[in-house]
Design a protein. Structure first.
Length: 207
């Protein structure tokens, strides 16, 4: 499992890096360096404090919602991360697998793409209020693709609302943290996204 996820995570990261590098070469090369344009520079001191507060707030909502309500049938269903990890326990291999999946495969790749490429472009062009709203809307919309995947769960008002609203709020907060504490870098968003996923995946593994 670990080897498979490492290969998958590196492959997904490579694809995202190719996409964002091409976008930078076409649209941003004359404006800023690659790292600066994508928010991959160094954040100011103390940036992680606010990020961890958001992690705690989102975890307090997300974990009960997706483990103690009927939504658990979706989050631990077939072809989901929760279903793959459910009941696996906390062996060294499972812990390493969780870290790779949470910090690299999902959090890092999605933050580079959504907050590094998309959010920074929208905010720069439309201002923070509109730009951040639109990128959060797009981020949330992508999460609804779970209902279109093979073996997709049945759609309901509650499930669609949960799978849309929570990513929307999280996406908005991650970009806010990047601009508020990260000096325009994506590292606060990556910490929020990655640590939040680590906690959620660990809960599934222990279930």
């Amino acid at each position: 499992m670990l080897a498979t996820e490492v290969v998958s995570a590196l492959g997904q990261l490579a694809v995202v890096l190719v996409i964002v590098t091409l976008a930078w070469a076409i649209f941003g090369r004359r404006r800023a360096g690659w790292r600066e344009w994508l928010g991959l520079g160094w954040p100011p001191a103390g940036w992680w404090k606010g990020a961890l507060l958001i992690v705690a707030a989102l975890a307090a909502i997300k974990i009960p919602l997706f483990t103690l309500t009927p939504l658990v049938e979706i989050t631990s269903g077939e072809n989901t991360v929760g279903g793959m990890l459910s009941g696996k326990g906390w062996s060294a291999e499972i812990i390493a697998t969780i870290l790779v999946m949470a910090l690299v495969k999902t959090a890092l790749t999605e933050e580079i793409l959504f907050r590094g490429l998309i959010a920074k472009r929208l905010i720069g062009r439309l201002g923070f209020t509109i730009g951040n709203f639109l990128q959060a809307l797009l981020f949330a919309g992508v999460h609804l693709l779970i209902f279109l995947a093979p073996g997709a769960p049945e759609m309901s008002l509650a499930s669609v609302s949960a799978f849309f609203l929570l990513p929307f709020v999280a996406g908005w907060l991650m970009a806010y943290a990047n601009e508020r504490w990260g000096g325009g870098t994506i590292w606060p968003g990556w910490i929020i996204h990655g640590v939040g996923n680590v906690i959620a995946y660990a809960v599934f593994a222990a279930a």
